[in-house]
Ligand binder design. Structure first.
Ligand SMILES: Nc1ncnc2c1ncn2[C@@H]1O[C@H](COP(=O)(O)OP(=O)(O)OP(=O)(O)O)[C@@H](O)[C@H]1O
Ligand SMILES: [Mg+2]
Length: 262
């Protein structure tokens, strides 16, 4: 792959927060990575190392202390629907139906009612919620709510989908189903994903590459490439899959005990 195949690039991004008393605390010593077009890029690292902050910086919701973020070689300034985020919590509007929730984002920039409806139904079909379109979020299970969030986010055709532990609150069974669904959608729709998780199995199953972060002040400990071509669920029982999972767990342990940067 060449430089031109990058969709997103972080160059020497640093982040510090001012603490009570006026002293600065360095959270990110350096985030320096590029994400290829159509890549599934997973951020893995100890709690508090700045993973959510990296997503917020890419989304344009948090300004870095220094460094550059490039999207297709253009510096990004502030939020845009090019970079849409799915949060960990359930973030649908409770007073709108499933269908209206999915249509909401499109209404901000699209005019034609029939196009909006058509796209919303298309994405509801993809996430398997078409028949639940008239329900309200409080009538849905956790997995279904996250599927609404995914449909709503995909409907605005972002160039990159930012996902912050989107399945963290789900039970193991639902989580597996959601992982399977997400990997099918992301490959079929050719979307670029930056995905945060704590779960090593989830990371290995979904990722093309895994970015492992050190503790704060954080920097890259290692980037692991995942070689599997097919992502059948049976992959998780495969010997090579388990070996790679063990390697990633080991790297994560080393990353936790390694010192962050300055
Ligand atoms: N707005 C803010 N003001 C001050 N400190 C902040 C702010 N946002 C985040 N932090 C601090 O920055 C650090 C990194 O937070 P962040 O949420 O990015 O970590 P994380 O890697 O996503 O953690 P987790 O895995 O627990 O979700 C934490 O120590 C947090 O307290
Ligand atoms: Mg977080």
């Amino acid at each position: 792959m060449s430089e031109n195949d990058y969709l997103l690039k972080l160059e020497n991004v640093k982040l510090s927060f001012k603490e009570q008393g006026g002293k600065y605390r360095k959270i990110i010593a350096a985030a320096d990575f590029a994400v290829y077009k159509e890549e599934f890029f997973v951020l893995l690292g100890p709690s508090g190392c700045g993973k959510t902050s990296i997503l917020r910086i890419i989304a344009g919701l948090q300004e870095p202390t220094s460094g550059r973020i490039l999207m297709e070689n253009q510096s990004i300034e502030g939020p845009s629907r090019d970079r849409a985020m799915v949060f960990q919590g359930y973030t649908s509007f409770p007073w709108l139906t499933v269908l209206e929730n999915v249509e909401f984002g499109m209404r901000l920039y699209m005019k034609e009612e029939n196009k909006i409806r058509e796209r919303a139904l298309y994405y509801l079909e993809i996430v398997g919620l078409a028949e639940h379109r008239e329900k309200f979020p409080n009538e849905l299970s956790g997995g279904m709510k996250q599927r609404v969030a995914i449909a709503r986010t995909l409907a605005v055709s972002p160039k990159v989908l930012l996902m912050d532990e989107p399945f963290g609150a789900l039970d193991a069974q639902t989580r597996w189903l959601m992982q399977e669904l997400l990997q099918e959608i992301s490959r079929k729709e050719k979307i670029t994903v930056v995905f945060v998780t704590h779960d090593v199995e989830e990371a290995v199953y979904l990722a093309d590459r895994i970015y492992i972060s050190t503790v704060i002040p954080s920097r890259c400990f290692k980037i692991v490439s995942v070689p599997f071509k097919s992502r059948d669920v049976q992959l998780k029982n495969n010997e090579e899959f388990r070996q790679l999972e063990d390697e990633v767990v080991l790297s994560l342990r080393q990353a936790v005990f390694s010192k962050g940067g300055e």
